[in-house]
Design a protein around this ligand. Sequence first.
Ligand code: ADP
Length: 152
Amino acid sequence: MKKIAVFPGSFDPVTKGHESIIKRAAPLFDQIYIAIGTNTEKDSFFPIKKRLLWLKKVFADYPTIIITEYEGLTIDFCKKVGAKYILRGLRTSADFEFERSIGQINKKMYPEIETVFLLTTPEYTALNSSIVRDILRHGGNPSKFVPDEVDF
Ligand code: ADP
C-alpha cells in the first residue's frame, strides 16, 4: 500500500523551515500532499493563489509532492486522498504541546491516522511565517528566510 502523507499548514508564506522539513520527508513517503487549509483564508496575509504558486515552484522538481488547498477538517481531507499520515515539523516545546493536543484528538477521531514529526534543523528553529510577515510589514527584506522561489 502506498504511504501517503498530508503536510497541512497556512504557508503564509512558505519559509525555509517548511522547505527543509518537506524535502527531508520526501524520501519517507510515496506521496506528500502539501495542503493549505483555507478555513481562515479571510485572515491570510498573502492570497491563496500566491501561496499555492510559491509552493508549486519550490517543489517543482519533486514528482511525489502535490500542492493543493482544502476546507474543513484535516482528517477529512486525509480520508479523501487516502492519506494515513499527517506530517508536521517540531521546533520548540511550545510546538510540541500544541501538536500533541491536535495529534491526539485527530487520532481519536480517525484511529488509522498517524502524525509523524520531524525535528527542525537548528538554523530554522527561530523561523516562522509570522516573523517573515512582520519584517515585510515594517519594510524589511526577509528573503534569507524564504526559499529562493518566493518573490514578494
Ligand atoms: P499553521 O501555523 O497554520 O499550523 P504553518 O504554515 O505555520 O501552519 O506550519 C505548518 C507546519 O510547518 C507546522 O508543523 C510547523 O511546525 C511547521 N513549521 C513551521 N515553521 C517551521 C520551521 N521553521 N521549521 C520546521 N517546521 C516548521
